[in-house]
Design a protein around this ligand. Structure first.
Ligand code: NAD
Length: 253
């Protein structure tokens, strides 16, 4: 059962921490006692997130890094361990969403989606796992209901989220004999900066795009952050190789 000080003395690295779900997850983990390394490409949002954590009595380290650059993934882990001396949780939350018709889909949008959503989690995990084994820690990958639902005009995004979901399971098997726990959370739509990308769908077939959402509406960011943070704590000791869907019923049918 989750206890209020479950992350006391522990260190969590959260990517995408400048905004939305990443920021909410970092705030939740700091509230549970963790020192949090905040990683994002958006420096201004990172400072705001760090200030909110410090004002609430928590500890935050700011690492402004572009995770589409492979070397920055290892750098994020190394800087965290150099500063805090350990790593207990790695939450891969950063993501980009670039929808659009396939025939005109730009090479750059494909490359960025692969790098941020799929490659960065792998290279962060590769750098972090020795530390996480030592600390008996946890990895939480944020995927999406797009991993399970074929979403029109989202081929690149769906591919990365399905890939990250399945990578979570492959890693859970590979590290089965170690104490590290590796899980995923697959949210449905949340009102964050990411959904600004949906404007690109204005010219697309509405009959197809209208099939993506839940009849129950959007999910609350804080509800999803609670789940990501829980999986990062020792209270989630029985979870390994799981993907928890929090999508207000999108993947129920
Ligand atoms: N919002 C939704 O409807 C929704 C639904 C399902 C899954 N998700 C997933 O939740 C996660 C968080 O997204 P969000 O909704 O909070 O959106 P968001 O846009 O508010 O947050 C994403 C964060 O990732 C950061 N980021 C983007 N590219 C980066 C890079 N190259 N290097 C470092 N950081 C980078 C952004 O700066 C931003 O702070 C993403 O993985 C997203 O795919 C979101």
């Amino acid at each position: 059962m989750l206890q209020p000080a479950d992350m006391n003395g522990k260190v969590a690295l959260v990517t995408g921490a400048a905004a939305g779900l990443g920021r909410a997850t970092a705030q939740r983990l700091a509230g549970l006692g963790a020192k949090v390394a905040l990683v994002d490409v958006a420096a201004e949002g990172l400072e705001e997130a760090a200030t909110s954590i410090r004002e609430a009595g928590g500890e935050a380290l700011v690492l402004a890094l572009d995770l589409s650059q492979r070397a920055n993934c290892a750098k994020a882990v190394e800087a965290t361990v150099a500063d805090a001396g350990r790593l207990d949780a790695l939450c891969n939350v950063a993501g980009v969403m670039k929808p659009g018709p396939t025939e005109t889909f730009p090479d750059e949008a494909w490359d960025l989606t692969m790098k941020v959503n799929l490659e960065a989690p792998f290279f962060l995990i590769r750098a972090g796992i020795p530390h996480l084994i030592e600390s008996q820690g946890a990895i939480v990958n944020v995927t999406s209901c797009a991993a399970f639902q074929g979403q029109a005009y989202f081929a690149a995004y769906c591919a990365t989220k399905a890939g990250l979901t399945h990578m979570t399971k492959a890693l859970a098997m590979e590290y089965m004999k170690t104490p590290v726990r590796i899980n995923a959370v697959a949210p449905g739509g949340m009102m964050t900066g990411l959904v600004g990308g949906m404007a690109a769908l204005a010219e697309c077939d509405r009959e197809l795009t209208s099939r993506m959402g839940s009849l129950r509406g959007l999910c609350e960011v804080d509800d999803v952050a609670d789940c990501v943070a829980f999986l990062a704590t020792p209270a989630a000791r029985s979870y390994h190789g799981a993907c928890i869907n929090i999508d207000a019923g999108v993947t129920a049918d």
